[in-house]
Design a protein around this ligand. Sequence first.
Ligand SMILES: [Cu+2]
Length: 286
Amino acid sequence: MAIDLQPAATDSAQRIHDFHNLLLYIITGIVVFVLMLLVVVIFRFNSKANPVPSKTTHNVMLEIVWTIIPVVILIIIAVPSFQLLYKNERIENPEMTLKVTGFQWYWGYEYPDQGDIAFTSYMIPSDKVDAAKGQKRLLSTDNKVVLPVGVTIQVLVTAAVNDVIHAWAMPAFGIKTDAVPGRLNHTWFRINKPGVYYGQCSELCGKDHSYMPIEVWAVEKPVFEEWAALAKVDADKAQEWIQANHNPAHKGVVSEPIMSSPVPEQPVSDQPAEQPTLEQPDGSSE
Ligand SMILES: [Cu+2]
């Protein structure tokens, strides 16, 4: 069982992991120290061991120490925290743009730099999941988000007009950005290695909130360019082409799914009573 975070696929995610680990060391030290003090108090200052309590109420040295040390700890936390916020927020020379739109309940993707590429991405219903193709229940989508590795990608995130708030979250990329109707949020990432990466909508957006996963196929740049040229003409054909010829899962590089135990072998009868109803891309809702 994995108890760590998903392996980082971007430098942003790696920075988040490093900061997370720093905090883990600090809080572990603090917890152990306080526990130690409690144990000392329990055994040395109970009424049996210490029948006559001290009348001391002030100790200037001690008061200075317990003020200064927490301040120093906070500075040690604050400095890398601000650096992390700055580096992960600032987009340096984006080479391409991906536009993400949240709908009830699926995602829409546009590639403004590659021509008029636009498609929607629905979850594959659980009874249609094909484990032989490497598909995962509740995570795989019909149209994958194909992206190049080693390219700084700016992501514009919004939600459809009159829709609800969604959030585009990719743990392996260190990304979680709200998709708000009437607002354009932005974020960025640069994927380091080819693979299949999974994310999910991370805003409690409605009845099919858990049925709008994100599946990113990160491929080498020439493959991406070939895909983009095809997708410009026919997005469906391009998806078929990349699934047949350049499925990153076939090379054995698949990011850990969000759930701790992937369940590709699970029988399809193990379903929630209510199947996700997949609305049409005209934005109609219940
Ligand atoms: Cu959502």
